[in-house]
Design a binder for this molecule. Sequence first.
Ligand SMILES: Nc1ncnc2c1ncn2[C@@H]1O[C@H](COP(=O)(O)OP(=O)(O)O)[C@@H](O)[C@H]1O
Ligand SMILES: [Mg+2]
Length: 248
Amino acid sequence: MARLGVFDLSVRYGKVPALMDVSLHLDEGERLFVAGPNGAGKSSLLKAISGAVPTTHGRIEMDGELLSGRAPENIARLGLSMVPEGREIFGTLSVEENLRVGTGIRRDYQAIAEDMQEIYQSFPVLHERRHTSAGDLSGGQQQMLAIGRALMTNPKLLMVDEPSLGLAPNIVDQVYDTLIALQKARGLTLLIVEQSSVRAARVGGRMVVLRGGKVVATGDAGEFAESDLLNEAYFGQSKAPSGAETHR
Ligand SMILES: Nc1ncnc2c1ncn2[C@@H]1O[C@H](COP(=O)(O)OP(=O)(O)O)[C@@H](O)[C@H]1O
Ligand SMILES: [Mg+2]
C-alpha cells in the first residue's frame, strides 16, 4: 500500500498551462476518482505523477519520498504504475510479450515469472490467449492486458486513465470488478480517471473534479452522482453544495 501527496502541482506544455496549483492526497489502500471534461488536465496529472511529463511547480510525494524530478523508471521502481489512456497496447506483439514490456526495470528475474503466473490467475483470458497478437483481442481484453502489464512492475499504487473508454457498459462492469478485486487482494492504492460520476458512485470512493487545470470540487463519489454538484463543477455555476466541498 502507498500514500500519495500532490502539493501545488503545475504543469505546462510550452505556453499552454495544463495544471495549476493542484493538490490532492490518497491514503494507503484508498480509491480516488479524478473526473472532469476533456482538456481538464486529468491525463497530465497522471503523467506528471508517473514522471512522464515534467512539473513546473509543486511537489509529489509517495510514502514520504519525493517523486518530482525523478525519471519515470525510478518512480516505477518505488512502486507506482500507470495504465495509460487508450491502453497503448503493442498490437503486433503477443499478449505475453506485452506483459513483459513493463518488466525491463526489474532485476528480480525469478519473481517476474511468478508474477506472470499470478496475473494469468487474475486474468484467465490472458493466459488462454497468451500467444495471440494483442491487436486481435477485444477492447475489454486489451484493457485487462493494459492493467496486467501495469501490475508486472508490482506496484503499490496503480493509476488508471479512463478504463471505460470505448467499452460497452457490461464490459466496463467487468473491468471495475477486476480492479476492485485486485485492489483488495494486493492492498493497492488506486487513482482512476473516470468521466462518469454514476459509474464512480457505483464503484465507490472519493472524487476530485478538475476543470481548466484546477481542482474545482472534492467529495464522496456518491454525493456527486446524487447532486448537481458535478454539473456545477463542470460548467462553473456556483451553488452551495450539501455534503461535498467546492473550490473556486
Ligand atoms: N503533449 C501536449 N502538448 C501540448 N499541449 C498538451 C499536450 N498534452 C495535453 N495538452 C493540453 O493540456 C491540457 C490538458 O490536457 P489533458 O491532460 O490531456 O486533459 P484531459 O486528460 O483531462 O482530457 C489541454 O489543454 C491539452 O490540449
Ligand atoms: Mg485524458
